[in-house]
Design a protein around this ligand. Structure first.
Ligand code: AKG
Length: 290
């Protein structure tokens, strides 16, 4: 049985086993109606409040598609929402019981925001360890309002990306559009999709007159280090139980295997990235304006 359409109250041991198998096979699972409208009300309002609070556009914002990132660092309500037992119980059989939250974002996809082309989230964060995206619909998400479209099974191999401005796009983006496996996932507020950081996804045009909203939390196993994230680190779960606490250090930061595995990313983040940005700025300021 698939996790599609299941409400938490009905999860049985065989549902859980099927959910784990489905994630392995497809790279995602869906929990319909995990959160009721009354459970969603304050969370939606909190996520949407960042629209007014934000000073300036974030680099990944594109047209009327806006990202409000790292909101867990600013909002206790968001932290508590992400660490709810119901959510941890849903994801832990797949993710493992010990998790930290590296990044999160509320996404508003406004009318005429264009497409957000095929990519994997690992294409953005460049982490060598596959990790987990918890996508929560904050509003109705449909084909015509730029809802989420995925390629089931695409997580089984790493996708190569090319950079386009501040974004990355799969090098084979055009072929994914005609991939027979392509699947739109319609969702209502309170539906949750857990997907792999290696899963190809895209959102098409929002041709309606209102914004579609979602919240995305990116979780890593507690043993997996990310050298691009500064402390404090937010622990979402320990031993399969909600943790909901900041810590100053992660033990995995001193694990020699993790240090070796993430060294290229650390060098890129600390040395190569800043150097390229400085060279670009220098080149720009030395180029005469026409
Ligand atoms: O628009 C969304 O709901 C998700 C955006 C997206 O593709 C991403 O955050 O990687």
């Amino acid at each position: 049985m698939s996790a599609e359409g299941l409400a938490p109250a009905t999860w049985t041991a065989s549902d859980v086993a099927a959910r784990v198998r489905q994630f392995e096979q497809d790279g995602f699972v869906v929990a319909r109606g995990m959160f009721s409208p009354s459970e969603m009300r304050d969370f939606i309002a909190e996520c949407q409040s960042f629209e007014g609070r934000s000073n300036g556009r974030e680099p990944n914002s594109k047209g009327s598609m806006q990202f409000y990132s790292q909101i867990f660092r600013k909002s206790e309500l968001v932290r508590r929402f992400v660490c709810q037992r119901k959510l941890i119980d849903f994801i832990a059989p797949i993710t493992g019981p010990d998790l930290w939250l590296r990044w999160d974002q509320a996404v508003a996809k406004g009318p005429d925001s264009g497409v957000f082309d095929w990519h994997t989230d690992a294409g953005y964060d460049l982490l060598p360890q596959p990790h987990f995206e918890v996508w929560i619909a904050l509003s109705e998400s449909r084909h015509n309002n730029g809802g989420l479209c995925v390629i089931p099974g695409s997580h089984k191999q790493r996708t190569r990306h090319r950079r386009v401005g501040t974004h990355v796009i799969s090098v084979d983006a055009a072929s994914h559009d005609v991939d027979g496996r392509k699947q739109f996932i319609e969702a209502d507020a309170g539906d949750v999709i857990l997907f792999s950081s290696l899963l190809l996804h895209k959102t098409y045009e929002n041709t309606t007159t209102s914004s579609r909203w979602a919240y995305v939390a990116e979780l890593l196993k507690l043993g997996d280090f990310d050298p691009t994230i500064a402390p404090p680190y937010f622990i979402a779960a320990r031993n399969g139980q909600p943790a909901c606490e900041f810590v100053d250090r992660l033990a995995c930061a001193r694990d020699p295997r993790q240090i070796a595995l993430t060294l290229p990313l650390a060098i890129r983040h600390r040395v190569a990235g800043p150097l390229v940005r400085r060279l670009r700025a220098a080149f720009k300021s030395s180029t005469p304006t026409p």
